[in-house]
Design a protein around this ligand. Structure first.
Ligand SMILES: N[C@@H](CCC(=O)N[C@@H](CS)C(=O)NCC(=O)O)C(=O)O
Length: 202
């Protein structure tokens, strides 16, 4: 039995929900109200000492870090990962890039455009400018890759596409613009039309 500790607007939780849907795995969702401090309480901290969602429990296995969770699920199912070692390494490359680079300006913009207004705070214009510049720079790298192929790695959907596209979930609320990125937009539209994307967008 799988249990997912979840928060609906989190791109990292969305990423896990999407993989669960692609693999047709049923699970019990547990909503963690990260704004009321529920994530920082003893019971949740015993699952993830970082106090962050997502967390997946599968029997005796408790896992945090969304990319570790989706790798676990995909390896167990034998799906969404290429068999070729070189292509597999490229999936790893994109997963590391997503967490270390692409996610960073997005979370920065989420803080300025989504979280601060919730607490009646104004966005910091300089921070918005810096994060937007970095988001645009990194998005061009993705757009360039997708100008040459339909999927980030190989010729079919893999965890690389899921991890990167999940970062763009809730992009309206975060204030991300994809203008001037035609290949990225086309790829995202194809992914958004998948039934697993729609099931995960709860
Ligand atoms: N690198 C982590 C990031 C997890 C993360 O930042 N989760 C956010 C929601 S998107 C969270 O729980 N924030 C609550 C907090 O920091 O208190 C992952 O990929 O799972």
């Amino acid at each position: 039995m799988l249990t997912l500790y979840d928060w609906n607007l989190s791109p990292n939780c969305f990423k896990v929900r999407w993989v669960l849907a692609e693999l047709s795995l049923s699970y019990t969702p547990v909503d963690v109200d990260i704004f009321s401090g529920q994530g920082q309480q003893g019971e949740f901290l015993s699952l993830n000492p970082n106090g962050k969602v997502p967390v997946l429990k599968d029997g005796d296995t408790t896992l945090w870090e969304s990319n570790a969770i989706i790798l676990y699920l995909a390896r167990k199912a034998g799906q969404l990962l290429p068999a070729d070692p070189g292509q597999l390494a490229m999936v790893d490359q994109w997963l590391h890039w997503q967490a270390a680079h692409y996610y960073q300006p997005v979370i920065g913009l989420a803080l300025e455009h989504m979280l601060k207004p919730m607490f009646d705070q104004a966005a910091d214009a300089q921070a918005v400018q810096g994060h937007t510049r970095e988001f645009n720079r990194l998005s061009k790298i993705l757009d360039q890759q997708l100008s040459q192929q339909n999927w980030l790695v190989g010729d079919q959907l893999s965890l690389a596409d899921i991890a990167l596209a999940s970062t763009l979930f809730a992009r309206q609320q975060v204030g991300l613009s994809l203008s001037g990125l035609p290949y990225l937009q086309n790829w995202l539209e194809r992914l958004e039309s998948r039934s697993a994307w729609q099931q995960a967008s709860r």
